[in-house]
Design a protein around this ligand. Sequence first.
Ligand code: SF4
Ligand code: SF4
Length: 276
Amino acid sequence: MSNYKYLILRRISQITLLVLYFGANAYGWKMLAGNLSSSTILGTIPLSDPFALLQMLAAGASVGATALVGGLVIVFFYGLIGGRAFCSWVCPVNMVTDAANWLRRKLYIDKIERKIWVSRNLRYYLIILALIVSFVSGLAAFEVISPITILNRGVIFGFGAGAGLLVAIFFFDLFVLKNGWCGHICPLGGVHSIIGKYNLFRVKHNSDNCTLCMKCKDICPEVQVLDMIGKRSDFVAKQECTNCGRCVDVCNDDALGFNIRNYMKNNQEVTDENVN
Ligand code: SF4
Ligand code: SF4
């Protein structure tokens, strides 16, 4: 069970949020009302998707002060504490892509040599593209086609034809590109990577305990962030880490765990290791 601790906690978090959104619409619950683009906690604390806000601003829409405050709340929380945790603890599409990734491993599709290569930086270019299209079209471009919005609103109001996009993402990740959507394409994941670049709550690697079994690298959806494995003790520094905790779950050597990043101490440790 300990191998699934963070996975279970994340599923509880993601499903609870969907239930709260559904309950707010169906029964008037106040705990979390709205949707992942714009909501309020207990009818008072606003939350807004910063990427949706940027698109609306690019599209020329007027954005109210409450929505801007909601965006700042999100940026402050993830920027300071959560990092890219939105992707693994909040976003419901993560359950779809995790399911595809799980099935890939079960069917040994990972072992088949793939010819397709897509840069993991594509998501950052798509942020810019979404803002340009929003500016030109006068519509929040990514919001129109976002699978996050489709799944979130589908749970609240019922699914329509947009559900086909979720099925397409599942099969794309299963057969075409490992971690294709969340690890390469989704611009909202890119925005949250940027927001969480310097957050304090991070996975830390202890090389003294590490037996180089590489279970962490097999399971990590953003394997490039574990570049310190086999080299040094260090925090995961790259911004694409989703703080999903799967690497911590599967490590049987107590070599990975969550910790508070201390920039000054961390720099000192790295400097000392370089000297040695
Ligand atoms: S990358 Fe996009 S779809 Fe995937 S979990 Fe993050 S926000 Fe959701
Ligand atoms: S390094 Fe660990 S916490 Fe970060 S994305 Fe990879 S598996 Fe998840």
